[in-house]
Design a binder for this molecule. Structure first.
Ligand SMILES: C[S@@+](CC[C@H](N)C(=O)[O-])C[C@H]1O[C@@H](n2cnc3c(N)ncnc32)[C@H](O)[C@@H]1O
Ligand SMILES: Nc1nc2[nH]cc(C(=O)O)c2c(=O)[nH]1
Ligand code: SF4
Ligand SMILES: [Mg+2]
Length: 246
């Protein structure tokens, strides 16, 4: 039987630009494909807008699709990026949990980072998470606001997902915009609080140029409301966009 392969878009060493581990040095594995189509997405189907189909100097190596790679090939490429000098390996996309058979094969080969495996996910595939849960260390999960992302509500999937994830180092990201609905933010807070006192990052929609559109007064109000119910609530835009798409 041939080994599982996965369509990877890019493998690169960079600075984590989002969430509670912002600023940490990570190796990023970006998988192609996604089960959602968020209106604000800067990486639709896993293809970043800056992606050019040729390798370019520096730490990034763009991999031509559709030549999917085996786990052994990916592990070899990661070893060349010195995992020991990195906080963790971020599995991102697109939606990495669309590739769980490949991840089951790959993750045991990815040794050597300081804090292990960081899963960046849209929090809508609890069954897939369950398959790889013992292999991941940190989970950055989105709770998608239907009106902001312009997608169908995923509240049930998010709840099941967060209940599974709460045994790990997990935090929730809530991407907000100028027109985010307070009732949807309340619904997200209800969901988080029903599972536990889980760290929350409010992440304004950020343009490729690193600009945000949301009214700061609104963000302050949303954070204050969240702080009435949760201990750790931070507002962090995508910082890597200020740094020039690292
Ligand atoms: C590209 S997604 C990949 C992982 C997974 N599909 C998800 O949505 O969590 C990584 C993170 O970038 C966020 N994101 C994507 N486009 C964004 C934008 N324009 N502004 C702010 N956050 C964005 C997502 O919400 C998610 O937290
Ligand atoms: N520097 C940097 N930080 C990130 N944090 C989450 C990212 C993602 O696209 O998953 C990302 C990314 O694409 N680049
Ligand atoms: S789930 Fe993530 S990768 Fe997929 S469209 Fe939404 S933000 Fe983009
Ligand atoms: Mg990104």
């Amino acid at each position: 039987m041939s080994p599982p392969v996965a369509p990877l878009v890019e493998i690169f060493s960079s600075i984590q630009g989002e969430g509670i581990w912002v600023g940490c040095r990570q190796i990023f594995l970006r998988f192609a494909g996604c089960n959602l189509a968020c209106s604000y997405c800067d990486t639709p189907r896993g293809i970043p807008h800056y992606c050019r189909w040729e390798a370019r100097p520096g730490s990034r190596e763009f991999l031509l699709l559709p030549n999917p790679l085996t786990a052994q090939e990916v592990a070899l490429m990661i070893r060349k990026l010195e995992p020991a000098a990195h906080h963790s390996i971020s599995l991102t996309g697109g939606e990495p949990l669309l590739h769980t058979s490949f991840l089951l094969e790959l993750i045991p080969l990815l040794k050597g980072t300081r804090q292990g495996i960081y899963l960046e996910t849209n929090g809508t595939l609890p069954d897939s998470l369950e398959r790889i849960l013992p292999l991941v260390d940190i989970i950055a999960m989105d709770i998608k606001l239907p009106g902001t992302a312009n997608i169908n509500p995923c509240w049930q999937e998010h709840r099941a997902f967060l209940k599974l994830a709460r045994g790990k180092h997990v935090f929730v990201k809530l991407v907000v915009d100028e027109d985010s609905k307070p009732e949807e933010i309340e619904r997200a807070l209800d969901l988080i609080c029903s599972v536990g006192d889980i760290p929350l990052v409010i992440q304004p929609v950020t343009t490729p140029e690193g600009k945000t559109r949301v009214n700061p007064e609104k963000v302050i109000t949303w954070q204050s409301r969240a702080l009435e119910r949760l201990t750790d609530v931070r507002v962090i835009p995508q910082t890597h966009k200020f740094l020039g798409h690292l």
